[in-house]
Design a protein around this ligand. Structure first.
Ligand code: GDP
Ligand code: MG
Length: 597
């Protein structure tokens, strides 16, 4: 194919602004998906994606489009994940194209992810086509938001296109504009091959399917290829394009977007951002931008039933085949038994994985409260990376550092006060503030990741009646006054409840956990003190009073079989108890205490 007729682009938008619906309409309009096969959000294949209405894995689809003058063009549409946890994948998808459609809901206007995605597009030097969607809505304000959007991207309001992904209005014109405004790919056709991996997906039947954009040269069927970051070589068993199902071909040339299959079984052997070249006479310099995904949030996952441990391991192994960002290692907890410490890109990633483990693999799990990664420097100069609060080093600590993020918040200006107050209580530092229009404002904050991964978004939504939007990117770490709070039952530490918190919040955490546990732990035959402590200093205390529970006292007479039954019943009940030191704690108490309120 002549690169001059190829257009590679993606659609970027804030969540719910209609990206998937627009993609559907394009598939329909170009005839790639027939009417009768059409179902909503065709490209969102995973069940959880469809249910939650989010796009996790990006996909690329090739669509034919005859431009106005009749020349047949090839449009490669690259769908991108929209959530902050998957920024790196968004950025790789963007790098695979020469342009993008910046889609904004005409009833909502610019939101935080609109901006975050726009900045990524600008960093990748993409041609940006600003588009307002949902103009069919009675609440749409196309003129007002066209001005806002034009101001943002630096164009005239007339250059902002107006469409309805729902009715299809304006979508044909939009495709014409894609051909007109977005430049064709430039690459060196007769150079050694260099193809950028922007996605890789595990398929149970075919192994890993790797999505690439060929930047230079040509990759052909049966050729031996090499992954430039690792030097690993593979045979190209199949190569082709998606339109939208996989269609094999003889090869992909410079400028083309398509897929490869090599028979590898694990997405970590086909890493997003890596460069593919030929084994013989291949390129010597990789395309830029490769980065290992870095887990930001950790949580302990434990099977409710200890005998499910091998199944949990198998399930994690399987999920990892399709998720290079998922990391885990075995962990034991005195309270919870055998499990895994699992690293995630963010909280949504955690929820998705947990839901898949429960739903697709039928596992019942306890997850410990998620935590970020801390760097601890001791006075003797040694360094520790702490991914589990119960492994916080003891001894003289010189400094603790925690990850921080640069957050962008957008809201109507009446909520400035509420947002500032919230960010203040979350140890935020205001970096700047800009008015997008008279009544909408953008606030920029530096915030500790630990303060925003848990309930920040919910708090923000409730303080702004749902009007504020948030996006953030991690930007390194900073020293903070952090301490580890332990929870002790009858003098024994319960590892699952240890937390690393800011000094000012340690007392509140201790009091909350101690009183929660007092409610949850049944009376034992002796008094059980519950303590929260920093090191050896107790900061909160509660007590569960003793009780002498004798199940046999209610049995009169000598009915032996009834006695035995009762004893067995009591034993049954004990099986679901975890023993911490001398104290028996029902499984439910752990779950309840670990669930956020
Ligand atoms: P995404 O999160 O950006 O992929 O957004 P979706 O495509 O999932 O759309 C979010 C919601 O907006 C869905 O309920 C769509 O049906 C709806 N929607 C998308 N485009 C339009 C449109 O042009 N008009 C109207 N009225 N609703 C739309
Ligand atoms: Mg979507």
């Amino acid at each position: 194919t002549d690169p001059a007729v190829i257009r590679n682009f993606c659609i970027i938008a804030h969540i719910d602004h209609g990206k998937s619906t627009l993609a559907d309409r394009m598939l329909q309009l170009t005839g790639v998906v027939e009417q009768r096969q059409m179902r909503a959000q065709y490209l969102d294949r995973m069940d959880i994606e469809r249910e939650r209405g989010i796009t996790i894995k990006s996909q690329a689809v090739r669509m034919p489009w005859g431009a106005e003058d009749g020349t047949p063009h090839i449009l490669n549409m690259i769908d991108t994940p929209g959530h902050v946890d998957f920024t790196y994948e968004v950025s790789r998808s963007l790098a695979a194209g020469e342009g993008c459609i910046l889609l904004v809901d005409a009833a909502q206007g610019i939101e935080a992810q609109t901006l975050a995605n726009l900045y990524l597009a600008m960093e990748n030097d993409l041609t940006i086509i600003p588009v307002l969607n949902k103009i069919d809505l009675p609440a749409a304000q196309p003129e007002k938001f066209a001005a806002e959007l034009a101001h943002l991207v630096g164009c005239e309001p007339e250059e902002v296109l107006k469409v309805s992904a729902k009715t299809g209005e304006g979508v044909g014109e939009l495709l014409d504009e894609v051909v007109r405004r977005i430049p064709p790919p430039v690459g060196v056709a007769d150079a050694p091959a260099r193809a950028m991996i922007f996605d890789s997906v595990y398929d149970a039947y075919r192994g890993v399917v790797t999505y690439v954009k060929v930047v230079d040269g040509h990759l052909g069927k049966r050729e031996r290829i090499q992954m430039m970051s690792t030097g690993a070589t593979h045979e190209l068993l199949e190569i082709g394009t998606n339109s939208p199902e996989m269609t094999p071909s003889d090869g992909l040339a410079a400028g083309e977007v398509g897929y490869l299959i090599t028979g590898v079984k694990d997405v970590r052997q086909s890493k997003v951002g890596d460069t593919v070249t030929q084994q013989k006479g291949g390129a010597t310099e990789a395309l830029g931008g490769y980065k290992d995904p870095k887990p930001m949030v950790f949580s302990g996952l434990y099977p409710l039933d200890g005998s499910d441990y091998p199944d949990l391991r198998d399930a994690l192994d399987k999920l990892q085949l399709n998720d290079a960002a998922l990391v885990y290692e075995p962990e034991t907890s005195a309270a919870l038994g055998f499990g895994f410490r699992v690293g995630f890109l963010g909280l949504l990633h955690l929820e998705v994985i947990r839901e898949r483990l429960e739903r697709e693999f039928g596992l019942d799990l306890i997850a410990t409260a998620p935590n970020v990664v801390y760097q601890v420097t001791m006075e003797d100069g040694s360094e520790h990376t702490v991914t589990n609060p119960s492994e916080y080093p003891t001894g003289k600590i010189a400094e603790v550092r925690e990850p921080v993020v640069r957050a962008t918040l957008i809201a109507p200006s009446e909520f400035i006060g509420a947002i500032m107050e919230l960010c203040q209580t979350r140890r935020g530092a205001l970096q700047g503030m800009d008015y997008l229009s008279e009544e909408r404002v953008e606030l920029r904050y530096m915030l500790p990741l630990a303060e925003i991964v848990f309930d920040f978004f919910d708090a923000l939504k409730s303080k702004t009646r749902g009007y504020a939007s948030l996006d953030y990117e991690t930007t390194g770490e900073q020293a903070a006054d952090l301490v580890k709070v332990d929870i002790l039952l009858h003098g024994d530490k319960v590892d699952a409840f240890s937390a690393i918190v800011h000094k000012d919040k340690a007392y509140a955490y201790g009091v909350k956990m101690a009183s929660k546990l007092r409610e949850l732990i049944p009376r034992q035959q002796f008094e059980v003190p519950i303590q929260a402590a920093i090191g050896s200093r107790v900061i909160a205390r509660e007590t569960v009073r003793a009780i002498r529970k004798d199940v046999l006292s209610k049995c009169y007479g000598g009915d032996i079989s009834r006695k035995r039954k009762l004893l067995e019943k009591q034993k049954e009940g004990k099986k679901r108890m975890k023993v911490v030191g001398r104290v028996e704690v029902p499984q439910e108490a752990f779950i309840a205490a670990l669930s956020s309120d």
